[in-house]
Write a protein that binds this ligand. Structure first.
Ligand SMILES: C[S@@+](CC[C@H](N)C(=O)[O-])C[C@H]1O[C@@H](n2cnc3c(N)ncnc32)[C@H](O)[C@@H]1O
Length: 253
């Protein structure tokens, strides 16, 4: 199924379902806790069908970007889409090199479930490798984030609900991989939380078109040498999704 079809059918519905609310509520709470300004101008990069916009309140000025026009059309059609939320078709790989005027820059940039290379595009030639992803994030910060602005990063991983230890081991492996892609030398960590989402599978099961990760659940593990190159481990068991929500502050200014 191509990216267009995914937004024409119910493939991404689970993002907006109540079982998926906690990850957006958590990231917004993290931002509220650490943002020195109100209202908080938030840029949601790769916003998809605008699920995060469902949970923003009047403390936020929300602006969602996605390169898929059908994602943006879907986001605009949602009942919670209102004057407080704006959506724009924009390819982040180009947008990162443009500049937002100083008074329009964001107080927080949100990268939710888009980092990790393959997620950040639909076209083979646009697939990012880790160093390029670092540059992309640095350009976004430099050109679109206010001094002292915040960066919210949410990544997902799978864990085995029957093996509680797997929550932390797979979360940690996921994060080690991501850390190689983040420009950590420019970021100070403010807070981070690992969140299990055991009920999300219920929302996915209500869908006719299930996401690919659900059909072929994958767990990740370190290799024998103990370095951070992950091997995919396929499993027949039903696995759950967990998310890792981190909030950073830019370090350079
Ligand atoms: C898994 S969805 C995540 C949606 C949303 N961030 C969330 O957490 O609910 C990934 C989104 O990134 C978008 N995307 C991928 N590459 C992009 C790019 N180069 N520019 C803008 N959006 C992009 C896709 O169209 C898709 O909607």
């Amino acid at each position: 199924m191509n990216q267009e079809e995914k937004y024409q059918n119910d493939y991404f519905n689970y993002l907006c379902e109540p079982e998926n609310a906690s990850r957006y509520q958590l990231l917004l709470d993290q931002i509220r806790q650490f943002s020195p300004v109100k209202p908080i101008r938030l840029f949601d990069i790769g916003c998809g069908n605008g699920a995060l916009a469902k949970y923003v309140d009047s403390e936020f000025l929300y602006h969602g970007f996605d390169h898929n026009p059908l994602a943006i059309a879907s986001a605009k059609s949602k009942p919670w889409s209102n004057n407080n939320s704006q959506f724009e078709v924009s390819n982040i790989l180009q947008w990162a090199h443009q500049t937002t005027e100083a008074d329009q820059k964001a107080d927080v940039l949100v990268f939710s479930s888009i980092l990790g290379g393959v997620r950040l595009s639909t076209k083979q030639e646009n697939i990012l490798i880790p160093p390029q992803e670092q540059d992309l994030i640095l350009n976004c910060i430099e050109n679109h984030l206010k001094p002292h602005g915040l960066i919210s990063v949410v990544t997902t991983f799978r864990y085995d609900p029957n093996d509680p230890g797997s929550l932390f081991s797979f979360a940690t492996t996921n994060r080690k991989q991501l850390n190689g892609r983040l420009p950590l030398f420019k970021l100070s960590t403010l807070t981070e939380t690992i969140l299990p989402m055991p009920d999300l599978n219920k929302a996915v099961k209500r869908q006719k078109n299930k996401p690919r990760w659900f059909h072929s659940p994958r767990l990740y593990t370190d290799n024998d040498q103990g370095d951070y190159i992950a091997h995919e481990v396929c499993t027949d068991k039903e696995v759950c999704m967990g998310v890792w929500c981190s909030l950073f502050k830019r370090k350079d200014i």
